[in-house]
Ligand binder design. Structure first.
Ligand code: AKG
Ligand code: FE2
Length: 288
């Protein structure tokens, strides 16, 4: 808890957005930042469609292998309709097999970063740490076992300086997507949290439900959102299966919580000046 208070002080002191303070952003950077602060997320077209298509084809291939069927020619349709072939009681096993096979391939993290590099650099910084392993969600229609109830990742070991980059492999809307509580509503509900002592996450969801939004994210787009805000998903009542990646990114030098650099995160864009700085050893006996 002490850690969180210290981090909040850092945030208050460093908050650059008060009026009359200098702002050296380009107009498009300022607009993106404004949207992120106001809505808690931004959705942008991917910057590297070839990388997204390759990621999707690799997922489809791994899923087909697990199912023992031919590699599909249309990866999108195959993934969207996987519930017609995949056993509901083994969906988590399939999901883990697919994501483990992706995470052994060194190109995958680099390809994922290339989907939203400019957006992440604008919102987070250009000297970054990235989650070592991508996560994958698979939510087949009416599957209650894959639901991730309302939470904020900061409640469970993530630093409030992290963002999540969330990228679907199929078009997502309604309950096939995830939900998010925008910043103003999140602050209002968080202030009333005491009322939830001893209540369930379902009670919490019912309380926030009128204020949550379900961002529509199509294949070809990626979403970046703040994991300080309450979010999660519900049973997917849309006809198709949801497939989405999520991956956390943060400023290399911003405060860490339980998810450490070198364990959960790896540095991906250490700048030359920082390398000099990190390597520098002050001369001993030279105090004058
Ligand atoms: O994909 C979802 O529905 C939720 C993802 C999530 O909670 C996260 O990435 O932090
Ligand atoms: Fe989360």
């Amino acid at each position: 808890m002490a850690r969180n208070v210290a981090q909040l002080n850092v945030v208050q002191n460093a908050r650059p957005l008060a009026q009359n303070e200098p702002n050296f952003f380009l107009p498009e950077e300022e607009e993106l930042s404004r949207r992120f602060l106001e809505d808690g997320y931004v959705i942008v077209p991917v910057e590297n469609r070839i990388a997204l298509d390759r990621l999707r084809a690799t997922v489809a291939e791994a899923a087909a292998k697990w199912l023992g069927v031919d590699t599909p020619s249309d990866a999108g349709t195959f993934l969207d309709n996987i519930h017609a072939r995949a056993p509901y009681d083994r969906i988590n096993e399939m999901r883990l097999s697919v994501i483990n096979s992706l995470n052994t391939q060194p190109w995958v993290s680099r390809a994922y970063f290339s989907l939203a590099r400019k957006t992440v650099e604008t919102l987070v910084g250009n000297e970054l740490a990235m989650q070592r392993r991508l996560n994958l969600s698979v939510q087949m229609p009416n599957d209650e076992t894959s639901v991730l109830p309302v939470h904020a990742d900061v409640w469970d070991g993530d630093s409030p300086f992290e963002v999540v980059q969330w990228t679907p492999l199929v078009d997502c809307k309604g309950t096939k997507a995830m939900f998010l509580l925008p910043p103003k509503a999140d602050a209002r509900h968080a202030a009333e949290f005491r009322r939830f002592d001893g209540k369930s996450v379902e009670d919490l969801f019912r309380a926030i439900e009128p204020d949550v939004i379900w961002p529509e994210v199509k294949y070809g787009e990626t979403m970046v959102f703040s994991l300080n805000l309450m979010h999660g998903n519900r049973v997917n009542f849309e006809p198709g299966t949801r497939w989405s990646f999520n991956c956390r990114l943060k400023g290399l030098f911003s405060p860490y919580a339980d998810k450490r650099l070198g364990e959960f995160f790896e540095p991906i864009t250490v700048r030359a000046a920082s390398r000099f700085g990190l390597d520098y050893a002050y001369l001993e006996g030279f105090d004058e």
